[in-house]
Write a protein that binds this ligand. Structure first.
Ligand SMILES: C[S@@+](CC[C@H](N)C(=O)[O-])C[C@H]1O[C@@H](n2cnc3c(N)ncnc32)[C@H](O)[C@@H]1O
Length: 202
């Protein structure tokens, strides 16, 4: 399923789901190519890596992840919105897409046959943190810390305008509580909206 028609279908599903639930989806359009390429830089073809995508939506980052995977990688994704998970399964039939919340990541690790602690090398997250209140942010970050290996990484993004939102500022302040280092990229301007990429190491 490639080409312009699938792209317009994905866009219309995205907008429809955003109108239904703006805080869960958190953006009115999928991320662009420039942001997606900046999000996948920690995928290393020369290393064994367990890679999990949080909140793939209609697959803006998945499209960049899939061609980079080698037999040394174990990849799966967890998406809360069933309509997005359906689109993604059609677009990437070889990817394991679980429907549910990443707050239950330990459950999905067990379903993948992986230990539910210290087993993930890399999380690539599309979650809209600035739309999430503190209790929801922590209900995702607490299990994330348990399942990342020591030295494991979270790569996530934040919109420039997210800094104007109190939950966005809260998220940036909270990250150092969970990670030993947090690196912020230069602003990726060619995206609606411009965004930073945060690479956080446990
Ligand atoms: C801003 S969209 C990003 C989609 C895509 N990664 C992109 O950048 O275009 C956020 C996605 O996170 C999903 N999401 C929100 N809360 C979630 C949760 N608790 N568990 C899994 N996915 C979640 C939404 O359904 C939506 O698909």
């Amino acid at each position: 399923m490639t080409g312009p028609s699938s792209k317009s279908l994905r866009r219309s599903v995205f907008i429809r789901e955003f109108i239904k639930n703006p805080f869960k989806v958190g953006a009115c359009a999928p991320s662009g190519k420039h942001l997606a390429r900046a999000m996948v830089k920690e995928i290393d073809p020369g290393r064994d890596q367990v890679i999990v995508e949080y909140g793939p939506g209609t697959g803006a980052f998945t499209d960049e992840i899939m061609p980079r995977l080698t037999p040394r990688h174990h990849y799966f994704a967890v998406e809360l919105t069933p309509a997005f998970a359906d689109v993604l399964r059609q677009r990437h039939p070889r990817a394991h897409i679980h429907t549910g919340s990443v707050a239950n990541i330990e459950h999905f690790l067990r379903e993948e046959g992986l230990p539910d602690r210290d087993s993930i090398d890399l999380i690539i997250s599309g979650l809209p943190w600035a739309s999430f209140p503190e209790d929801l942010q922590r209900s995702i970050l607490d299990p994330m810390k348990r399942v990342l290996k020591p030295g494991g990484k979270l790569v996530t993004f934040g919109y420039h305008i997210g800094k104007a939102m109190s939950n966005g500022r809260l998220f940036y302040r909270t990250l150092p509580e969970y990670f030993s280092s947090v690196h912020q990229s230069p602003l990726v301007w060619r995206n609606i909206w411009p965004a930073w990429v945060f690479t956080c190491t446990k």
